[in-house]
Ligand binder design. Structure first.
Ligand code: TYD
Length: 132
């Protein structure tokens, strides 16, 4: 199906507290042009129901948990993220939606492009027809 996959990050376990990190072009397959984060999501809310034409992403649950639903126009896949030492690589051209945010969850998103409204596809039917 889709090329989306979980990527494990380095993890330094230490009695003083654990440490993980991400390097562009090493742990994730693109150059990081932008970082944003989603937080204070009220119970039951969903975010990010859209696709990108070009932008690729890497999504990490820095705190708490949430689900990322991906759809390539044919099949759907749900990834549950709940640890800060791995993340989900999302290639371009997939519909993606995030939901089931736990209280105080924090989603870090690294992106391959600057914010560009024209890169978004907000209409699912348009997305489906572009995939044909
Ligand atoms: P959007 O990506 O549409 O989030 P969602 O799909 O979850 O609703 O972003 C919401 C708003 O935030 C949108 O009006 C534009 C703004 N925004 C930026 O200005 N820069 C960014 O990097 C992102 C991700 C969003």
């Amino acid at each position: 199906m889709m090329d989306a996959h979980i990527i494990n990050l380095p993890k330094f376990l230490d009695r003083r507290g654990n440490l993980s990190f991400i390097e562009e072009n090493n742990h994730i397959p693109f150059k990081i042009e932008r970082a944003y984060w989603i937080y204070d999501v009220p119970g039951g809310e969903a975010r990010g129901g859209h696709a990108y034409k070009e932008n690729q992403e890497f999504i990490v649950a820095l705190s708490g948990s949430f689900d990322v639903m991906l759809d390539d126009g044919v099949e759907q896949k749900i990834f549950s993220l709940n640890r800060s030492y791995y993340g989900l690589y999302v290639p371009k051209g997939l519909w993606r939606c995030m939901d089931n945010f736990s209280t105080n969850s924090l989603a870090l998103v690294l992106s391959s492009t600057p914010y560009t409204l024209s890169d978004y596809i907000y209409d699912y039917e348009q997305f489906k027809s572009m995939k044909k």
